[in-house]
Design a protein around this ligand. Structure first.
Ligand SMILES: NC(=O)c1ccc[n+]([C@@H]2O[C@H](COP(=O)([O-])OP(=O)(O)OC[C@H]3O[C@@H](n4cnc5c(N)ncnc54)[C@H](OP(=O)(O)O)[C@@H]3O)[C@@H](O)[C@H]2O)c1
Length: 245
């Protein structure tokens, strides 16, 4: 029961939950391959991990491009000889009332939150099948469990991924693939900084400051799913601040 020696690819590893997960897993002995678009941040995190004695490489990856996911997975195999876990964590939250008709924001969420995960699956599954094992972890959201105003499209993308993973699980009962959907509530990250609607952005930032949990809490939950023995699949984890309604 250990994450030690696992090779883990993490998308959206340049900040927040992804960065915390990379640091935590590397600290526990995993080799981590960090993917995102902001490469300076990735390089810094990978360098920190290596300085602390861990194993980490950084790769520029935009999850909206299938070839970038293939390159990320290839790098894991060439660098560390194996590829055990994909943490499909990259995400954007262009939240706001549907009536804002933010078509560009809707497309961005579908492209990153849903297509990005599909691109990861397309890159990872052939390698997992070849190896005879693999684990797909995705960061979905409590937004999909308690549907609230301003988060409809974001929640829809997260629930699409939840559905996708359950379907994939049903198709993968030969023991090769494990799937885990992690649903965080409010987590203290920069996710809300990219929200265009100022009222919604400021409200979420205030809530985050008031009661959000640290990204390390989600990283620990992800580690828990990964460290289980191969015959144990943690399908869903819901992790939110104790005082979140
Ligand atoms: N914070 C919360 O309260 C919360 C709650 C529930 C679920 N989540 C989910 O948790 C995940 C991580 O978010 P976070 O809260 O840690 O926020 P964050 O700090 O803003 O992290 C988002 C990550 O996604 C990456 N990303 C965005 N677009 C990308 C793209 N096209 N290609 C590759 N990477 C991309 C960003 O990297 P680059 O910009 O460098 O590419 C960044 O590393 C997301 O899926 C989010 O929906 C967050």
């Amino acid at each position: 029961m250990s994450v030690s020696d696992k090779v883990v690819v993490i998308t959206g590893a340049s900040s927040g939950i992804g960065a915390a997960t990379a640091r935590l897993l590397a600290g526990r002995g995993a080799a981590v391959v960090l993917g995102a678009r902001r490469t300076e941040r990735l390089d810094e995190i990978a360098a920190d991990i290596r300085e602390a004695g861990g194993r980490a490489v950084a790769v520029a990856a935009d999850v909206t491009r299938p070839a970038d996911l293939e390159a990320l997975v290839d790098r894991a195999v060439t660098e560390f000889g194996r590829f055990d876990v994909l943490v499909g964590n990259a995400g954007v939250a262009k939240t706001g009332p549907v009536a804002d008709l933010d078509v560009a924001g809707w497309s961005a969420m579908i492209d990153v939150n849903l297509r990005g995960v599909l691109h990861g699956i397309a890159a990872a599954l052939p390698v997992f099948r070849r190896q005879g094992h693999g684990h797909l972890v995705t960061t979905v959201s409590t937004s999909g469990l308690k549907i609230v105003p301003t988060q409809a499209v974001y929640a829809a993308t997260k629930n699409a991924v939840r559905t996708l993973l359950e379907g994939l699980r049903q198709e993968s009962t030969d023991g090769v693939l494990r799937t885990t959907a992690v649903s965080p509530g409010y987590v203290r990250t920069g996710l809300a900084d990219w929200i265009d609607n100022p009222q919604v952005r400021e409200q979420i930032q205030r809530d985050m400051e008031r009661f959000a949990i640290d990204p390390e809490a989600v990283a620990r939950a992800i580690a828990f799913a990964i460290e289980q023995p191969a015959d144990v699949e943690i399908g869903e984890i819901v992790i939110r601040p104790t005082i979140q309604g």
